[in-house]
Design a protein around this ligand. Structure first.
Ligand SMILES: Nc1nc2c(c(=O)[nH]1)N[C@@H](CN(C=O)c1ccc(C(=O)N[C@@H](CCC(=O)O)C(=O)O)cc1)CN2
Length: 292
């Protein structure tokens, strides 16, 4: 068996095409969605992700507003920048790029975001709505990576209801909200949320119909852990040095030979990452659609 590739680049491109059309309709109604980004420090990965968000906005017709603070920024500087973004009329939604440099309080930063402008769905009010299962007219943005994972599975017709999902990693942006999302009414999966103290991780993965690896341990998930036919989504990424060339190389949490056992495989790069970016645009568009 060779797994069907869950192609995040192609799927994100389809999502962006649909969003571009909705943005044209918003422009016709005089509404101009604008995404703000707040980047603190000079972590090269975070810089690249923020640059990507601005490129995505330009591609679909969303204005974007960039605020960069130096590595030396204090908590007060961060909170002042968040206040400015809350007040800026041209910013209809914004994100604080995570992680913040050491010594800054991420939770305080997320709590300071106006929940109505929270494009990442990470404000406690919006995470609380996810816990409560509030949907519909009261638009609650979903965290972008979990939303991207579910959107990709849906578009490839991978069954979710009644299936067993094992999530590896309990981080704020992926594992924790993903567990809540998969168990929501309408998706109806059964979820095992695993972490560094899980006793027999291989056994938890073996019983899963859907595996999401979001832990940042290179090649943790091996082919003998995977139930034949399961959908495996590789989310964690680590830069490791290639011994042959001495150069840095991005490596996911899943060994490539898992593709010989799995039914579906979302690669890394090229899988969930592009969907994360597309779902951010989708959150901005949905919020703007509620403005007029
Ligand atoms: N405020 C937030 N911070 C972070 C989030 C988030 O959703 N909100 N998620 C990650 C970083 N991230 C977006 O911010 C992100 C990560 C990866 C990708 C992506 O497209 N990756 C590519 C490969 C990347 C590469 O070549 O370096 C891929 O998977 O193909 C997009 C966005 C943490 N912080």
């Amino acid at each position: 068996m060779v797994a069907v590739t869950l192609d995040g680049v192609a799927t994100a491109s389809a999502v962006k095409g649909e969003l571009a059309e909705r943005i044209r309709v918003l422009h016709d109604r005089g509404i101009r969605p604008g995404l703000g980004t707040l980047l603190v420090g000079d972590d090269p990965g975070s810089r690249a992700y923020v640059a990507g968000k601005h490129r995505d906005c330009a591609e679909v017709g969303i204005e974007s507003i960039r605020v960069d603070l130096p590595e030396s920024a204090t908590q007060a500087d961060v909170l002042a920048a968040i206040d400015d973004l809350n007040a800026a009329p041209e910013v209809t939604g914004y994100i604080v790029q995570l992680p913040l440099p050491k010594g800054l309080d991420e939770h305080a930063a997320l709590e300071a975001i106006d929940p109505a402008k929270d494009a990442d769905g990470l404000h406690p009010t919006n995470l609380g709505r996810l816990v409560l299962g509030i949907e519909g007219e009261l638009h609650s943005p979903l965290p972008c990576t979990p939303a991207g994972i579910v959107e990709m599975l849906r578009r490839y017709d991978v069954p979710i209801a009644g299936r067993h999902v094992t999530v590896i990693g309990r981080g704020l942006t992926v594992g924790r909200p993903l567990g809540l999302l998969f168990t929501r009414k309408g998706l109806d999966a059964t979820v095992t949320l695993t972490h560094s103290r899980t006793v027999d991780l291989a056994a938890e993965v073996r019983r899963a119909d859907i595996v999401v690896a979001a832990v940042g341990v290179p090649h943790l998930v091996t082919a003998d852990w995977v139930k034949p036919g399961a959908a495996v989504l590789d989310v964690g990424i680590t830069r490791v040095e290639d011994p042959a060339t001495g150069k840095g190389r991005l490596t996911g949490d899943v060994r490539p030979d898992v593709s010989e056992v799995a039914g579906f495989l979302s690669p890394n790069p090229g899988g969930v990452g592009p969907m994360t970016r597309a779902m951010l645009l989708s959150n901005v568009v949905k919020a703007a659609e509620l403005l007029g």
